[in-house]
Design a binder for this molecule. Structure first.
Ligand SMILES: Nc1ncnc2c1ncn2[C@@H]1O[C@H](COP(=O)(O)OP(=O)(O)OP(=O)(O)O)[C@@H](O)[C@H]1O
Ligand SMILES: [Mg+2]
Length: 365
């Protein structure tokens, strides 16, 4: 039995006042009209992994209005052949907390238990918008392979913020920079290595799979210059860049300047120049490769959240997606406005219907 949420209680979270769900591990097909509260359920599930969830919202934004008291999610997570009681909550908009089996836990602890990956509508523009979104996408994938990736990113960003402050303040005294650049070199190198390893995992998973989705050639590129590939070289590059960085008022070398470049392999066309549907299919393909690679690596596929994906695929691709999800054995949570979008799944999925009621969203099995 793979990774799955088997019980979920959503309390005072966005449009949901109280929803109690029992899940049996099959994929979950959620349908209902616009604004009913479907995506909010997926967002709740995404908070069973580290970070701010799939909308990157603050704890305060997720608090049900107008009450504004705070929110709580509790679930029974089946992972590594065991059941874990996981609770995460925020009081009055304060940073969220986590408890596993009644004990205070960190988000990294959560990451070790639950690997959760997602595709949401705003990613439709991933290939054509800025590098930041693609870096974030790749970093979620890296985090799924290596839960400590989040820590590297946080440490790197903190050191960089401090270095950028020195640059803005036109501080020239070398000793202020040395220690920060040392931290940045170490964590930056770790970030880069984890990203490259993720691309290798994805490539291997793409090669091995028989899939109806197009494969992507992926490459990590640098906005400018090159990314030094040892800790010492990165430290050296940061040192050498000080003068230029002082002029720019920010750090110009490092993994925060990397970008994910994708090509639709069969056509040799850069992802950004592909059709809307092709770009979407590439993303689905990457998420499925991520799931396959994880299944091979940790023995179970991740929980997969697919918000409004079905609506953007033609019937043949949709059926192929469902077949691949079922073959993987992943608990995929999918949303759509009507049941017809999930017809090809039949009994292979569990259905939830969400409607907008008097006292907020109502969820029925
Ligand atoms: N903090 C909050 N408190 C109360 N309601 C909220 C809060 N945040 C969002 N909502 C409301 O939740 C409702 C449902 O949102 P959700 O995104 O889940 O809809 P959906 O069912 O996915 O709809 P669609 O099919 O349009 O994507 C929206 O009407 C939104 O205004
Ligand atoms: Mg939605």
């Amino acid at each position: 039995m793979g990774l799955a949420l088997t019980e979920l209680t959503v309390s005072h979270f966005r449009s949901h006042k109280l929803a109690r769900l029992s899940l049996d591990g099959r994929p979950v097909a959620i349908h209902g009209p616009n604004g009913a509260g479907k995506t909010n359920i997926l967002e709740a599930v995404s908070l069973f992994s580290p970070g701010r969830g799939m909308r990157r919202a603050s704890a305060a934004e997720m608090t049900r209005r107008p009450e504004g008291l705070g929110w709580k999610l509790s679930g029974l997570l089946r992972a590594q052949g065991q059941n874990f009681e996981v609770e995460t909550w925020s009081e009055g908009g304060a940073a969220r907390q986590v408890r596993i089996d009644g004990k205070a836990a960190s988000q990294i602890d959560l990451g070790k238990l639950a690997r959760i990956v997602w595709l949401i509508p705003s990613m439709d523009r991933l290939w054509i918008e800025g590098a930041e979104g693609r870096r974030r996408f790749l970093d979620r994938i890296a985090l799924s392979f290596d839960p400590s990736h989040a820590e590297s990113s946080l440490t790197y960003e903190k050191a960089m913020r401090e270095r950028n402050r020195l640059l803005k303040d036109q501080v020239r005294d070398a000793h202020w920079y040395t220690a920060l650049e040392g931290h940045m070199a170490e964590t930056g190198h770790r970030i880069n290595t984890a990203r490259l390893a993720s691309l290798d995992h994805l490539r291997a998973a793409q090669e091995q799979a028989e899939t109806a989705f197009p494969s992507a050639e992926l490459e990590l590129v640098q906005t400018e210059g090159t990314m030094p590939d040892t800790v010492d070289d990165l430290r050296e590059a940061l040192h050498e860049s000080r003068f230029r960085d002082l002029a720019a008022g920010r750090t110009l070398v490092g993994p925060h300047r990397s970008d994910l470049y994708g090509v639709f392999a069969a056509k040799g066309v850069p992802a950004k120049d592909c059709s809307t549907g092709e770009q979407k299919a590439l993303l689905v393909s990457l998420i499925l490769s991520n799931a396959r690679a994880l299944a091979g690596m940790v023995g179970a596929p991740p929980i997969v959240l697919l918000d409004e994906v079905a609506a953007h695929l033609d019937a043949a691709r949709r059926a192929a997606l469902y077949d691949e999800i079922c073959a993987l054995g992943a608990q995929a949570w999918m949303t759509g406005t009507g049941p017809e979008l999930f017809a090809e799944l039949g009994e292979r999925a569990q259905t939830l219907v969400v409607t907008d009621g008097e006292a907020g969203s109502v969820v029925r099995a």
